[in-house]
Design a protein around this ligand. Structure first.
Ligand SMILES: [Zn+2]
Ligand SMILES: [Zn+2]
Length: 332
């Protein structure tokens, strides 16, 4: 049986907190035999969340980022990276944080990106994955951080889908799942890619299309376990929280990501853990796969191992976005 093709749907460049250029990432991906590479730099954040743009793309750089991506896309199509580069699916995307009131910002700042990862890196403005800012962990304790994370993660699944309904909303209410429906992700040529005339900290929430804030896939679902082996392990059972997450993703009709990044971190595990991934699988939640590579050397890192992990959890296929925002399925 031929090995599944390598896809990486979560990568960063120097435009946010990564190190490589688009070109360097493309060359690294091709060297790894990659057929789909999604670029997902951290979308611009409100000033109060990232005052110095340490992790997100500055609003003023969004146009340059887009131009740079398009240039590399054209170079690849022209064969400047070799024959394999002509067939590399280069997907223009972002990784966007969910936070209260994020929808209008995301709808505006995403421009014509065709793929959106959704993430929870902050709870009430406090980072949960930054070892130099452990305030929330020390003040709240791991159990409270976990509960708050899962509550927000479940709401984030519904971002831009009938409003962010609370986790415990009656499941009898039809949320019109958009699973595998590419219509929400296609770019709208009538929109300019980015309106820089508006101030970064003064978004206009009126008259935006909420569906433009929909996340296509939820990145590193249990990122909150990052410090579990560093003295911040929760004491509560995780299974009920995992059940909530699987139910929210299923009901929202969102993909979830299987990420290899956790293997490089102190927690030394995939995101999500096997128990959570199995719940996603049983709930019929489709998968995307990504390295969350922040350097060219980690692009496509351990993707084959992720396929084996997904297979062991019961998955027989993964999904990948295309450059036009449609989806395709890859058998494992
Ligand atoms: Zn992330
Ligand atoms: Zn990332």
């Amino acid at each position: 049986m031929p090995l599944p093709e390598i896809v990486d749907c979560h990568t960063h460049t120097f435009f946010s907190d990564g190190e490589g250029t688009f070109e360097e990432n493309v060359r690294a991906a091709l060297a790894a035999g990659c057929t789909t590479l999604a670029s997902t730099d951290h979308l611009t954040l409100p000033r109060e969340m990232d005052p110095d743009c340490e992790c997100s793309v500055p609003e003023t750089d969004l146009n340059e980022l887009r131009e740079s991506f398009l240039n590399v896309q054209e170079q690849a199509a022209a064969g400047e990276f070799g024959e394999a580069g002509k067939h590399l699916e280069l997907v223009y995307g972002f990784e966007a944080d969910w936070y209260e009131g994020c929808e209008a910002n995301i709808a505006r700042w995403r421009g014509d990106a065709v793929f959106l990862l959704g993430s929870i890196h902050f709870i009430d403005g406090m980072a949960i994955d930054y070892d130099k800012e452990m305030d929330i962990w020390d003040d709240w304790g791991p159990d409270a951080v976990w509960r708050a994370y899962v509550e927000r993660w479940c709401r984030a699944c519904f971002c831009g889908r009938d409003g962010a309904r609370p986790t415990n909303a009656p499941s009898s209410v039809d949320s019109s799942p958009a699973r595998l429906d590419p219509s929400h992700a296609q770019s709208d040529p009538s929109r300019s890619h980015f309106d820089s005339s508006r101030a970064r900290s003064n978004p206009s929430p009126a008259h935006f299309d909420p569906s433009r804030a929909r996340f296509d896939s939820m990145a590193h679902p249990d990122l909150v376990k990052l410090f579990s082996s560093s003295g911040y392990a929760p004491s509560i059972p995780l299974e009920p929280l995992w059940d909530q997450m699987a139910e929210a993703a299923r009901e929202a009709g969102v993909h979830v990501e299987l990420s290899t990044a956790g293997l490089r971190k102190p927690c030394a595990d995939f995101y999500p853990a096997a128990g959570l991934l199995e719940r996603f699988q049983r709930a019929g939640v489709p998968l995307t796969v990504g390295s969350d590579g922040h350097t060219p050397g980690t692009i496509c890192w351990e993707i084959k191992r992720a396929y084996a992990f997904a297979h062991a959890a019961g998955y027989r296929s993964i999904d990948a976005p295309t450059a036009t925002g449609e989806w395709r399925t890859i058998a494992l």
